[in-house]
Design a protein around this ligand. Structure first.
Ligand SMILES: [Zn+2]
Length: 403
């Protein structure tokens, strides 16, 4: 006898048995006979299902909050998440403090969607009313460090990953929990990207966006520049005036148009925001320092942008960092199409994330429960309803994507 799902969520409800410790026996049978297993549709309705899977996610998030995981120190929290998967017969692969988990129905040769969020938090800001590492539930909110950024996204993606496994989605899901996101550190996304590059088609990066979908992020490149001249006496007009060199360079920076324009983010924008030169009225300055704020687009990596600038100005330009690359996904990409079908709002994000690191390797969108304004603040919280809506939103999206 084959039992056809009588409700939209029947298959998911059945799967939920495997995400709940109370159903361990069923779980083993299920994975023993994945395809032949006969089951009776459960009479849980959608609300109960969502409550149950939200409980799973919230319980995990509380344990994560209670486990300090400032960037670089994610070992213990990675253990907790790895155990959560291992208890459901997944085999999480550990790369440093990063985790990579394949769905049970992973099939070689199919497109693969990465579900990623980060394990690390910033250090607690000043002004916490409670212990940032003690999860507190109050008025429907869960308060704790990393609850909003990005714990809620991580546990909601994890719940959606579990809920959609073995439900017949025509593509693979790869869950990736990354470390060192908050510092763009070498042991986070940078460490796993070479491996992900070979298998991932596209990705969802979980960050608090109120479940809106960021389809592009401008990059940021800050250049400390110095024009070098030669000192001399102003009355004799000898020496080489560094201010003159800087002025020509600044003129170029303010008027140059990069040939390639991004359809979503527009042109690369360069603005000189600080300048400093000279010591006294009668000395020709040998040095003029200025700072350029460059907002980059996905058409040029930050390194390429820097190269082009350096080839065109005489001043020496030193980047503070090359990490914060722009990213953008094609508006016709299957993930964006699915969002449009579901009425999910899309936007361009002013903040950077691990998307900046992934940029160029494969396309991603940024989307997750919570509010980026609450990130890195005292008394950071997430509403439990946001987690529930997050899980539901991710599940709906995963079901809608057709590669
Ligand atoms: Zn974050």
């Amino acid at each position: 006898m084959t039992v056809k799902p009588i409700r939209r969520y029947s298959a998911l409800i059945f799967l939920q048995q495997s995400t709940n410790g109370d159903f361990q026996r069923t779980d083993k049978r299920f994975f023993g006979k994945t395809l032949n297993l006969q089951f009776t549709p459960l009479l849980l309705h959608k609300t109960e299902f969502m409550e149950s899977i939200t409980d799973t996610a919230v319980s995990l998030l509380k344990r994560m909050i209670a486990t300090p995981s400032v960037s670089g120190d994610e070992k213990n929290v990675a253990d907790i998440v790895a155990n959560e998967f291992a208890s459901r017969y997944y085999q999480p692969e550990r790369v440093g403090n990063n985790l990579i988990v394949r769905c049970h129905d992973f099939t070689d040769g199919r497109p693969t969607l990465m579900l990623n969020s980060h394990l690390d938090t910033v250090k607690p800001a000043q002004g916490w009313a409670s212990d940032p590492y003690s999860p507190v539930e109050q008025d429907g909110n869960l308060i704790g460090l990393g609850s909003n950024d990005a714990g809620a996204s991580l546990v909601s993606l994890l719940a959606a990953f579990l809920a959609t496994d073995n439900t017949g989605l025509p593509y693979n899901r790869l869950f990736v929990a990354s470390a060192e996101e908050e510092i763009s550190g070498p042991n986070g996304m940078y460490l796993v990207l070479p491996q992900l590059k070979t298998m991932v088609t596209a990705g969802i990066v979980g960050e608090p966006t109120g479940m809106k979908m960021a389809i592009a992020e401008k990059g940021l490149l800050v250049l400390d520049c110095e024009a070098e001249g030669k000192t001399g006496h102003a009355a004799r007009a000898d020496g080489i005036n560094a201010i003159s060199i800087a002025m020509k360079d600044i003129e170029w920076l303010h008027t140059y148009q990069f040939p390639e324009k991004s359809p979503l983010l527009g042109n690369v924008k360069m603005t000189v925001t600080q300048i400093q030169a000279g010591t006294q009225h009668n000395v020709i300055p040998a040095s003029c320092k200025f700072v350029v704020d460059v907002r980059t687009t996905e058409k040029y990596s930050n390194r390429q942008t820097w190269d082009i600038i350096q080839q065109n100005i005489k001043s020496v330009a030193t980047p503070r960092s090359l990490n914060k690359n722009a990213s953008a996904i094609d508006e016709r990409h299957p993930i964006v199409k699915a969002a449009r079908t579901l009425g999910i709002e899309t936007f361009f994000s002013p903040t950077t994330s691990d998307q900046a690191v992934i940029s160029g390797a494969f396309p991603t969108v940024k989307m997750g429960p919570g509010d980026s304004a609450r990130s890195h603040t005292a008394n950071e919280f997430i509403a439990l309803s946001e987690i529930e809506n997050g899980i539901e939103g991710y599940v709906e999206l995963l079901k809608e994507i057709v590669f």
